[in-house]
Design a protein around this ligand. Sequence first.
Ligand code: UD1
Length: 337
Amino acid sequence: MSILLTGGAGFIGSHTAVEMINAGYDVIIADDLSNSSEKVIDRIEIITGVKPKFYKVDVSVKEDVRRIFEENNIEGVIHFAGYKCVPESTKVPLKYYRNNIDTTLTVLEVMEENDCNAFVFSSSATVYGDKNQVPFREDMPTGGTTNAYGSTKLMIENILKDVAAANSKFSAVLLRYFNPIGAHPSGLIGEAPDGIPNNLMPYITQTAIGIRECLNVFGTDYNTPDGTGVRDFIHVVDLAKGHVAAIKYATEHTGAEAINLGTGNGSSVLEVVHAFEKASGVKIPVVFKDRRPGDVEYSYACVDKAERLLNWKAQYDLNDMCRDSWNWQEKNPKGYE
Ligand code: UD1
C-alpha cells in the first residue's frame, strides 16, 4: 500500500517515513525542502534499507500533486507539509494562512479526484488554547489559539471535519501533537532548526554543543511545582509510530477523529534541563527570563483515546528523549549541513 507523506523530509515526517517503511508500507515523500534537506532521504535509506520515492514539489501546486497521484497508487496521505515557526507566524500571518491552508486544500482536492479517502493531519495541542484544564481531552472545546500558526491548525481541523461530514467515504485523523523531542536512536535523522531555535530541546542541545551561550528559561512564576511551564514531551519515534497506527485506522474507518499524541505526563522546563544534564553529562547554563507571550502554564494529554482507537501508547521516557536528542546533536553539530 502506497502512502504519500507531504513534508516527509521534515523532523516528524522523516521519523514517520522510517516507521512506515519498517511496518511494510511503500512510502512516497513530497517535500519542497523549504525547511528540510534532501540528505534526509539518503539517511532514511541507510536506516531502513529502502529508499523512499521522493518528489521535490510544493504540494500547493495542483499539477505536481496530480502527477504524484498519476504515477503511484496512493491509498492514503499523511499531511505534514506546513510552516511551523510560531513567532514568525505572528509577524507574517498571511504567509502562514496562504501556505498551510493552500497545501491542505490542494492535497484534499486531488485526493477527491482520485477517490483517495484516508487522511492523517499534523495538528497540535495548541488547538486547546488557554482556557481548558489539563489533562487535555479530545472532546474539550478548541479555540483561543494565540498565533497564526495555531489558528491554521484549528482551521484545517474544521475543514477536515466538514469534508468528512460531506463525504461518507472520507476518513481524517487529526493528530494533536504535544511536544515532540528526541531523535532516531541511530543519530542519522533528527530536528534541524533553521537559525535560532524557538523550541526548548533544540535550544538546550545547541547550548550543550556550544552554539548558544545559555538557555533562557521563560517564566519562573507559573503556578507549577518549580514555577516553570509544564509540557508533555514525547519521543519523536513514539510519535512516528502513532502515525503508523493512525493511517491504518484511517484506511479502516470513516469520519473525522481528533486524537492526542502525548505521553500523558507533564515535565517542567527545569525538569527537562536536569534530565538533559544527567543524560548528556553536560551542564546547561540557565538564565531566568519573563514569561514568553502566548505560553500556557500546563499542557499535557489525556492519552486514553489514542490507546482505545489506535492501540498505541508512548514507550520512551524523558531520559531516552534527552539521550537521543543529544546523540543527534553530537553526531550532527550543524544539522544536515
Ligand atoms: C510551541 C507552540 C506549539 C507548537 C510547538 C512546536 C505555542 C503556544 N506553542 O509549543 O503550537 O506546536 O511549539 O513548534 O506557541 N522554553 C524556554 N526557553 C526556550 C524555549 C522554550 O524556557 O528557549 C519553554 C517555553 O516557555 C515553554 C516550554 O519551554 O514553557 C516549551 O516550549 P516550546 O518547546 O517552544 O514548545 P511549546 O511552546 O509548548
